[in-house]
Design a binder for this molecule. Structure first.
Ligand code: EPU
Length: 427
């Protein structure tokens, strides 16, 4: 298995460009199933997960072609409506084909994703939403079978907790339903807004973008479209955090700083200097002539739905806090098992105690964080090990990096360009 090897304590300088957002690309690719024709998506990151989603569309009869960061998808002739276990088990976001398939062909059969490393992650909200729109769902042999006679019927759907892919799935089911659908307590993440923009360009009528109350008025026709994936705010945030960990000064381009309000607040409170413009940041944490990085303070963080602190940056932020002055309490409210990185950070010397849904991080001096072999357990945990490895003295070797490749495009090359001593080691 391939590994990533990092020789730490090298500051980062220069510029890093952010790729398109994985979590926006996945629903936008799925949305091309809604209506026949050739759709063009721009700024599509080339990642394991986007490749899996395109492969899933292929199994449904679509064809696609990539040219640079643009992908043309032809969904004229669908030949199936099933997302098989083999694909869904590698990427739970495969469930995003449920909504568009029900709308387009009136039925779908999708393997139930099962649990994953960060939590049980059920899809009951998605299924309840579909049922409220008149869809019959049954579970058989590990598959969800969803079926509707005629058109879906507009209704009110309420989410107990704002679910990102749940909101996206129900939106895609509602766009051609009869009458109006109101989604209450909808997710407000920018990736949902990106999908709403694409659906609107297709001809859908959706009000309430960026709010927790979405109103969809069903339409009769949708047309193929050209849409652009927004920049990956989690990738941008990971590089900002990396500057804090390694020290230096980095300009992060091709991103929307306004989509990271909570992270900016916390990094500034920790002592980093960050200048944000409309489409870039410059983050700095100066290193003195003796090689000491600017001091950082421990700050507390609680993960919340957007615009709160993203759970997808919790692990990376914790990797920064292990070397801050004082104590930082990191409270995870979205997923019940998202502390798998703690045991790996402890292998580097971090002082972290888990107390239920909180991790108490007692910052220690930089020279006590030393490189070691560690293992990636999920996507964001892997990114946190890269952040920690950049700051640790000596060599950190991260195994199971296929997790990282699901969601970060060319991370090794981008960090090399910023001066990090990092390389991918082929098995
Ligand atoms: N939930 C339910 N039932 C449901 C759906 C969600 O109980 O039917 C619960 C979840 O267990 C969780 C909470 O609701 O406690 C919110 O989960 P959500 O549905 O919003 O998560 P998701 O849509 O499955 C997306 C991202 C995740 C990200 C979360 C939270 C995509 C493809 N995935 O997942 O991204 O962590 O929202 O922001 O958009 C990642 O990129 O590393 C990643 C895990």
């Amino acid at each position: 298995m391939d590994k990533i090897r990092i020789n730490g304590t090298r500051p980062l300088y220069g510029t890093v460009a952010v790729s398109g957002a994985k979590n926006a690309a996945l629903p936008l690719i799925a949305a091309t199933l809604l209506t026949p024709g050739t759709h063009t998506l721009h700024n599509v990151p080339d990642l394991r997960d986007t490749r899996t989603m395109l492969k899933l569309l292929e199994t449904l009869g679509a064809t696609w072609e990539r040219s640079g960061t643009s992908v043309q998808i032809n969904t004229t002739d669908l030949t199936g409506a099933e997302a098989p276990y083999d694909l869904v088990k590698t990427m739970r976001a495969s469930v995003l084909v449920l909504g568009p398939l029900i709308t387009r062909v009136g039925h779908a059969r999708v393997s139930l994703p099962g649990g994953c490393a960060i939590g049980a992650r059920p899809i009951n909200f998605h299924l309840r939403g579909f049922e409220q729109l008149g869809v019959e769902t049954i579970l058989e042999g590990g598959y969800v079978e969803a079926r509707v006679q005629g058109r879906l019927e507009g209704s009110t759907v309420y989410f107990d907790i704002p679910s990102v892919t749940g909101t996206e799935n129900v939106l895609m089911a509602a766009v051609k339903a009869t009458g109006q659908t109101i989604i209450k307590n909808a997710a407000k993440e920018p990736e949902v807004g990106n999908l709403i923009d694409m659906l609107t360009a297709m001809g859908a009528e959706i009000e309430g973008r960026d709010t927790d109350r979405l109103m969809v008025t069903g339409v009769d026709f949708l047309q193929p479209v050209e849409a652009t994936i927004i920049p990956d705010r989690i990738e941008a945030g990971t590089y900002l955090i990396a500057v804090g960990a390694a020290g230096g000064e980095l300009t992060i381009t091709d991103c929307f700083p306004s989509q990271l309000p909570a992270l900016l607040e916390k990094l500034r409170a920790a002592g980093m200097s960050i200048e944000d413009k409309a489409n870039s940041f410059t983050a700095s944490c100066p290193v003195d002539s003796a090689g000491n990085r600017c001091p950082l303070r421990g700050v507390n963080v609680t993960t919340m739905p957007y615009p709160g602190f993203p759970t997808d940056l919790q692990a990376q932020f914790m990797a920064l806090m292990i070397q801050a002055d004082g104590v930082s309490i990191i409270h995870e409210t979205i997923f019940e098992n998202r502390f798998m990185h703690v045991a790996e950070l402890q292998r580097l010397g971090a002082d972290i105690t888990i107390d239920g849904a909180s991790a108490v991080v007692r910052g220690i001096s930089r020279d006590r964080i030393c490189g070691a072999p560690v293992m990636a357990t999920d996507l964001r945990a892997s990114a946190s090990l890269v952040v920690a490895g950049l700051a640790a003295s000596g060599t950190t070797e991260i195994s199971r990096i296929y997790h990282l490749e699901r969601g970060y495009e060319n991370m090794v090359e981008k960090l090399q360009g910023a001066g990090a001593d990092i390389e991918k080691v082929k098995a």
